[in-house]
Design a protein around this ligand. Structure first.
Ligand SMILES: [Zn+2]
Length: 99
């Protein structure tokens, strides 16, 4: 059993069962992937996950920024509207001045 050699499906290197990823459901009790490749895969997955989390964070920040900008824009629009409204009323009053 210990002398069985398995070719890793990732690096294509023939390795002993003890160097392969253990899995009792598989033939020889190991998967066709060596521990090195499995560790690399885990590391890559971890890095991908980390990247994704960072990306999501950035996205949240961007979203927040846009929301804040929108709020500022709305406030500015409201100010502009109020200003014009006042001007319009003033104009109306002026026009209402009897001759
Ligand atoms: Zn491998």
């Amino acid at each position: 059993m210990e002398n069985v050699m398995v070719v890793c499906r990732n690096c294509k290197v023939e390795k002993g069962v003890s160097e392969m990823k253990k899995d009792p459901r598989c033939k020889n009790g190991v998967q066709k992937i060596c521990r090195d490749c499995e560790n690399n895969r885990k590391k890559k997955n971890y890095e991908l996950k980390k990247m994704f989390v960072n990306w999501k964070k950035d996205l949240e920040i961007e979203k927040q920024k846009v929301e804040n900008e929108e709020i500022e824009q709305k406030k500015a629009m409201k100010r502009e509207y109020d200003k014009r409204y006042r001007e319009m009323k003033l104009q109306k009053k002026k026009n209402e001045v009897p001759c």
